[in-house]
Design a protein around this ligand. Structure first.
Ligand SMILES: NC(=O)c1ccc[n+]([C@@H]2O[C@H](COP(=O)([O-])OP(=O)(O)OC[C@H]3O[C@@H](n4cnc5c(N)ncnc54)[C@H](OP(=O)(O)O)[C@@H]3O)[C@@H](O)[C@H]2O)c1
Length: 186
């Protein structure tokens, strides 16, 4: 069977202090968010490169851009997805194969209930529709863009703050980034 398009979307998060969360929950998160994504990507890329065409869409999060106290394992898992995807995008230049990493901010799905953060400030401020985020990711994947943060593409939709938050992390001290992320998640 030939697979030319891989979308690594499966993922989940949970809130709470890392040392108090059930260990099996933390390891299951790593398995789904990191290990499965890494395995599928490594498995399918060689065939795509040999055939000279392929598209990989990895779903990270704006959580990938800073540490996230109270969702530590989740934020760390998404940092892995962002870093791996960007490196692969560069390595694969001129092969016909692209790797795109989609970094959504709060999005209206079942994620918040599973993660136990439905009432967090982050989600109460604004959440984009899943359809809009999926469309932006899909189009970016077809074009072979490396990194896409929904909210940058259209200045009037709620979501511009996703881009602004992600970019601002480059300029603020790490201690401030940790504190802001903790405040938003709680
Ligand atoms: N919603 C947000 O605010 C948000 C923001 C940034 C990034 N994301 C990312 O977007 C992606 C999709 O999440 P979502 O928001 O659509 O949440 P969702 O509605 O909870 O959907 C999660 C998806 O992941 C699958 N999944 C979860 N655990 C799994 C497991 N152990 N094995 C196999 N599949 C599993 C689920 O499959 P089943 O339904 O079969 O369990 C479902 O298809 C995730 O990677 C998430 O981290 C979400």
């Amino acid at each position: 069977m030939t697979i030319d398009i891989l979308v690594n979307n499966a993922g989940f998060g949970h809130s709470g202090k890392y040392h108090e969360n059930p260990a099996e929950q933390e390891f299951a998160l790593l398995q789904v968010n990191v290990v499965a994504l890494a395995q599928l990507t490594r498995l399918l890329l060689p065939g795509m490169v040999t055939r000279g065409w392929g598209r990989v869409l990895n779903v990270a999060s704006t959580a990938a851009f800073q540490p996230g106290p109270h969702m530590a394992g989740y934020f760390a898992s998404k940092a892995y997805v962002l870093s791996l995807s960007e490196s692969l995008a560069y390595e694969l230049k001129d092969t016909g194969v692209s790797v795109t990493v989609l970094c959504p901010g709060p999005t209206q799905t079942e994620f918040t209930e599973r993660a136990g953060i439905k009432e967090s400030l982050l989600f109460r401020l604004s959440a984009q529709s899943a359809e809009k985020v999926a469309e932006i990711g899909y189009q970016a994947m077809l074009k072979g863009e490396a990194v896409v943060i929904p909210g940058l593409h259209n200045w009037v939709i709620p979501g511009l703050h996703n881009w602004a938050l992600a970019q601002s992390m480059r300029f603020v001290p790490r201690g401030v980034a940790r504190a802001v992320a903790s405040w938003l998640v709680k």
